[in-house]
Ligand binder design. Structure first.
Ligand SMILES: Cc1cc2nc3c(=O)[nH]c(=O)nc-3n(C[C@H](O)[C@H](O)[C@H](O)COP(=O)(O)OP(=O)(O)OC[C@H]3O[C@@H](n4cnc5c(N)ncnc54)[C@H](O)[C@@H]3O)c2cc1C
Length: 435
């Protein structure tokens, strides 16, 4: 079945995710406040809007991060930080906190800076966004997918610049809609990426970010659950290069059933997302279990320890010199340094001690693949940022076309930064479409 053209919508938002919702609410609310309401429609292809928000942060929704200085906030974005500098001076985590609090969904801050609804339920955030959209008069059509987008010459009567072909699964209909402004808030969905490319935009290919490392290694085998509170991680540079091009990362590291996870691993995965993708997720990884201590410093400490411990027959394998490392991991590192389980400190040779110092501060591991981090996942890639005006989120190529959220070539570290990108760019686009 095919329906005729509908009257023109002022704004059609493609994608009922957090960026699409935030933009449509901001646009519709501001238009009402200005005394000239706009007809705003959100098209969502799946049955449920805000699907990712529901599962976000282990269903608690890590809404944002307690980082209120734009200059520091941008350092949490491996891609897009520079472009977000200006937008964060206009809408930043403090504004997010106020926005949700004003609408009855206060947030709380955890020790590491992550912010969640006080209810610890993502449904609070979903309900809040749905209520705000409904109160602002935003129409939301679920099971409605954008199939095609055509540019029109705007006529003085309708002012429509876009004709959209939409498949509405719930009523088994395909129909055309007209719009003055269109916002793409479609995340990493590929069909829309092709449509955007067809409009002349450059798209950086989508690549996963925020994942764990698959590592099969006797030193960490069967130690799942052990963690080190402050480890340092860096990739080994490519042959011919002295250093890796990916910045080293520090933080907690967790040993899992199939490799390494934890905040430091996730950060490194984000910074190295493209680099690792190009290498099919195979790379040499250097682990400093005693960050920030250096190999030399540790070697000296081991030598001093041997002087004292050697006399009272202490065994290296049973007596960890550094308590930051769990005993079972320490034992494995001692073993990997060719120090026998029964050996006393007095028997340990200088080369073995140097080897142990290296195992502790620069152990070499081989990443052989990527695993899933179930609490948060994001894709890097998307619309090239220099083709977008970050004051309004409007395309520099197609007037009336806007972008917000993950469809842009922006992605953040884990901790609430990805949703903050959706809130900030959504808010700016919502204002941008008022003009
Ligand atoms: C498991 C998981 C947990 C996460 N947890 C967190 C967290 O706690 N904190 C955090 O900051 N970030 C988190 N993230 C990342 C965050 O969810 C995303 O960055 C964010 O959802 C991006 O918002 P968006 O609106 O740009 O895109 P999306 O949320 O991807 O929304 C895009 C929407 O567009 C719709 N769409 C696509 N194509 C079409 C079409 N042709 N027609 C109509 N509709 C279409 C999609 O169905 C989708 O609903 C998590 C991600 C995952 C996967």
């Amino acid at each position: 079945m095919f329906q005729d053209d509908e009257p023109t919508w002022d704004v059609i938002v493609i994608g009922g995710g957090p960026a699409g919702y935030f933009a449509s609410i901001q646009c519709a609310e501001s238009a009402i406040q200005a005394g000239s309401p706009l007809k705003v429609l959100v098209l969502e292809k799946s049955r449920r809007t805000l699907g990712k928000v529901i599962i976000s942060g282990g269903e608690r929704c890590n809404v944002t991060h307690a980082c209120f200085e734009p200059a520091r906030l941008v350092t949490y974005y491996p891609r897009g930080g520079a472009a977000l500098r200006g937008p964060f001076t206009r809408f930043q985590p403090r504004d997010t906190v106020n926005w949700f609090e004003k609408r009855g969904a206060p947030l709380k801050t955890e020790e590491d800076g992550r912010m969640f609804p006080v209810t610890d339920s993502s449904l609070t955030i979903v309900g809040c966004l749905e209520d705000a959209a409904s109160q602002a008069g935003v129409s939301v059509w679920s099971q409605s997918a954008l199939l095609e987008l055509q540019l029109l010459q705007p006529t003085p009567d309708s002012g429509a610049r876009f004709r959209l072909k939409v498949r509405r699964d719930s009523i088994q209909t395909e129909q055309y809609l007209l719009a003055r402004s269109v916002l793409f808030a479609t995340g990493s969905e590929q069909h829309c990426q092709q449509i955007i490319q067809g409009l002349g935009h450059t798209m950086h290919s989508p690549v996963p970010s925020l994942f764990t490392f698959k590592i099969t290694d006797a030193r960490i085998n069967e130690l799942a659950g052990l963690s080190v509170a402050k480890a340092g991680l860096q990739f080994e540079g490519d042959p011919g290069q002295k250093k890796s091009v990916i910045p080293a990362q520090q933080g907690p590291v967790l040993i899992t059933h199939w490799g390494l996870s934890g905040p430091a691993v996730l950060k490194l995965s984000a910074w190295g997302a493209r680099w690792l993708h190009e290498r099919d997720y195979h790379a040499g990884l250097l682990v400093n279990w005693l960050y920030p201590l250096t190999t030399e410093k540790i070697y000296e400490e081991l030598r001093e320890y041997r002087e004292v411990a050697g006399n009272n027959r202490k065994k290296p394998s049973a007596n960890p010199v550094f308590t930051q490392i769990p005993l079972r991991l320490w034992k494995r590192l001692v073993e990997a340094s060719d120090i026998a389980e029964q050996a006393n400190w007095a028997d340990v040779s200088k080369p073995s001690m140097r080897c142990l110092a290296e195992e502790l501060t620069a152990g070499r591991y081989q990443v052989e693949g990527k695993g899933i981090f179930k609490d948060e996942f994001v894709t890097c890639g998307g619309v090239s940022l220099d083709e977008v005006d970050f004051k309004t989120m409007q395309s520099r190529l197609v007037p009336g076309l806007f972008f917000a959220g993950e469809v842009l070539d922006i992605d953040g570290l884990t901790g609430g930064f990805n949703l903050q990108n959706a809130w900030t760019t959504g808010w700016l686009a919502g204002n941008g479409m008022l003009a």
